[in-house]
Design a protein around this ligand. Structure first.
Ligand SMILES: C[S@@+](CC[C@H](N)C(=O)[O-])C[C@H]1O[C@@H](n2cnc3c(N)ncnc32)[C@H](O)[C@@H]1O
Length: 263
């Protein structure tokens, strides 16, 4: 995206942005030179980052397939990031073209990219909202008739919850969403864990210090408490590698994933 004529309104191409850096890690095309340089600096100290991002994305799409195959036709993709193919929308719509995806992100830069990239695409609506205010998010989804909470919904929270700090109530946020999810709904979640290699965590933290993407790593025991009231599918809250069906590489930072149902 080096052609400045294609820079969406409200986007500063010279200021590294965490969602565009993530897009670079995933092998996307929606990043600028400033993002690439920043990503390469991160990769020097945390070379696992690219593999982790790609495995996390595969885990997400596996959850989407599972939800769509279970008959779910409405998806809330929270912290959706900059659209990249294959997308949640493409994967779900391949199973049923009537699927609707609401892509939620709190970053105005992501929203600007998403609006520019998705204009005219049917069945996918980007909205600018913050997971830290779940009441506002639910109210918007209801009042704009984007989601019918009387029917099962897939809530995707992948690569996001560790950006919610303790005093912002991650457990309460998940509980609030669970309360409005109809029986048969699915939650697909990942969270980076503090049960990872501690040296590596220190290095990775120092590489991202000062950016908008410093995660709160939590223990698997703590993350499991957020899922009270859900039924976990096998293999449970486990490293995402355990969910993927091939020889995925082990990484020094562990990301835990789970797919849960609300009965
Ligand atoms: C690592 S990316 C994950 C993108 C996508 N879920 C995926 O798995 O490919 C994290 C995204 O979460 C968004 N995000 C972070 N905090 C958020 C919040 N409180 N509410 C909504 N989105 C948030 C960021 O802007 C970013 O686009």
């Amino acid at each position: 995206m080096s052609d400045s004529r294609r820079v969406p309104m409200g986007v500063d191409p010279f200021k590294p942005n965490s969602a565009r850096i993530y897009n670079y890690m995933l092998g996307g095309k929606d990043y600028y030179e400033a993002d690439r340089e920043y990503a390469e600096r991160v990769l020097l100290v945390a070379p696992d980052s690219k593999a982790l991002a790609q495995m996390s994305r595969r885990f997400l799409l596996q959850g989407v397939t599972r939800a769509a195959e279970a008959g779910i036709r409405q998806f809330i993709d929270v912290g959706a990031g900059i659209p990249i193919s294959p997308s949640v929308h493409e994967v779900a719509r391949e199973i049923d073209p009537s699927v609707r995806v609401i892509s939620v992100d709190s970053d105005p830069v992501v929203h600007a990219h998403a609006t520019a990239l998705l204009s005219g695409s049917s069945g996918q609506t980007p909205i600018w909202a913050d997971l830290r205010d779940p009441d506002d998010l639910i109210e918007r989804l209801r009042s704009e008739a984007l989601i019918d909470f009387a029917r099962p919904v897939a809530v995707l929270i992948v690569g996001v919850l560790h950006f919610i700090m303790d005093d912002e109530g991650p457990a309460e946020i998940i509980a609030r969403l669970r309360a409005v999810m109809a029986p048969g709904s699915l939650l697909v979640l990942t969270h980076a864990t503090s049960d990872s290699d501690s040296n590596f965590i220190r290095q990775a933290m120092s590489a991202t210090r000062g950016s908008s993407a410093v995660p709160a790593l939590r223990s698997s025991t703590e993350i499991a408490t957020y899922l009270d009231g859900f039924e976990m599918l096998d293999p449970g809250l486990a490293p995402i590698q355990d969910w993927l069906d091939d020889d995925s590489p082990t990484t020094r930072v562990e990301i835990l994933g789970c797919v849960c149902t609300k009965s």
